[in-house]
Write a protein that binds this ligand. Structure first.
Ligand code: SAH
Ligand code: SF4
Length: 352
């Protein structure tokens, strides 16, 4: 933190805010050969160097010059909590005393990292803790990358294994921080670095038509999850204000385009809320939607959020909902809530 404040005072620029072209321009302007920018780039994105000192294959004089002009503002973990079910929640400290959260979810054969894309969220979904905070700011490429890097270290420390999956299901709407999230995914995927396969990355969205179509046109290789949570516009409008400008039918068509262009299966997230979206009719309508694509439905039980009155349906009702979906030929799994005792479950991330 002190280092960060010093660099602010000296007006140094965070080097990790530069893209590859900008980095090259800067390196050339400093009178160095172009291949030095490649070396720098590698130090930054495959080894997560956070000082120039450690860049041992760069000449000392060059490192000093870099140090005079540029700085690093690495994310650090300032709090860790382990749930009785093994889930680990960490709090990431960002420059300016901002905080976001990430979660490690161990299962039999894998460890999933749940990361954030924004500080807060502007979309105000009624059931979501992050939605109650509003948006503070976008996360930078390096801040998204750092979360994965640090959770990878934690996965090794706690579970003795590297990360198997990454999900953008922490704070924020990833499609509203589009270019940073996509660039961060590229960095996370670098073979010489974190080397996380594209099929092991899932971006979860509240359903922004424009963003989904952009992903389709780019023929991205990672997976997409839609937070659907209702089978009619009337109910979805009430739960998710974003549905008013992105109604279900338009989102469905965008997802069909996404599937056509990328060949990637989509998953639908559906939080069961007592008395709101849990009838047999809801299950039937949901099945009809899911069957338009090769899609899997993840039924999520609602995680209570302080100050909100939603409840999850009782077990019988949840079983019945599952049963109707299966009967209708939809692919469905019930996602157990994890980390409830430490507020690490999805939608509970709000910087308590
Ligand atoms: N903004 C994106 C990604 C972050 S939210 C999105 O909405 O998809 C990640 C997931 O947590 C979403 O499926 C979201 O609907 C779900 N979620 C939010 N609040 C929740 C709660 N209280 N209980 C269970 N899931 C919740
Ligand atoms: Fe934002 Fe997703 Fe929460 Fe909605 S559910 S408020 S889009 S983080």
């Amino acid at each position: 933190m002190i280092e960060y404040l010093c660099s602010m005072l000296k007006n140094k620029q965070d080097i990790r805010l530069l893209n590859a072209d900008e980095l090259k321009t800067q390196v050339l302007a400093m009178g160095e050969a172009a291949y030095r920018s490649k070396q720098l780039d590698e130090w930054i994105w495959t080894r997560r160097a956070v000082s120039f000192e450690e860049m041992s294959n760069l000449p000392r004089a060059f490192r000093q010059k870099l140090n005079e002009q540029f700085s690093f503002s690495p994310v650090v973990i300032d709090l860790e909590q382990k749930s009785i079910d093994g889930t680990v929640k960490v709090r990431f400290l960002l420059p300016g005393h901002l905080k976001v959260e990430g979660v490690l979810i161990p299962a039999k054969d894998r460890v999933t990292a749940c990361i954030s894309s924004q500080v807060g969220c502007s979309l105000s979904c009624r059931f979501c803790a992050t939605g109650q905070m509003g948006l503070n700011r976008q996360l930078t490429v390096a801040e998204i990358f750092d979360q994965v890097w640090l959770l990878q270290e934690k996965a090794k420390e706690y579970f003795d294994t590297p990360l198997s999956n990454i999900v953008f299901m922490g704070m924020g709407e990833p499609l509203l921080n589009f270019s940073n999230v996509l660039t961060a995914i590229e960095k996370i995927h670098l073979e010489k670095g974190l080397n996380i396969g594209m099929k092991r990355i899932t971006l979860s969205t509240s359903g922004l038509v424009k963003g989904i179509l952009k992903l389709a046109a780019m023929k991205v290789k990672f997976k997409l999850a839609l937070s659907l949570h209702a089978s009619t516009d009337e109910v979805r409008n009430r739960l998710m204000p974003i549905n008013e400008s992105n109604p279900i039918e338009e989102v469905m068509q965008a997802l069909e385009t996404f599937y056509k262009e990328t060949g990637n299966r989509v998953s639908f997230e559906y939080i069961l809320l007592k008395g709101i979206n849990d009838t047999d009719m809801d299950a039937r309508r949901l099945a009809v939607l899911a069957k338009r694509l090769p899609a899997k439905i993840n039924l999520i039980s609602y995680n209570p959020v302080e100050g909100l009155t939603y409840q999850k349906p009782d077990e019988g009702k949840i079983d019945r909902f599952m049963h109707v979906l299966v009967e209708q030929g939809a692919a469905v799994t019930l996602r157990q809530s994890r980390g409830g005792d430490i507020d690490a479950a999805c939608g509970q991330l709000a910087n308590k």
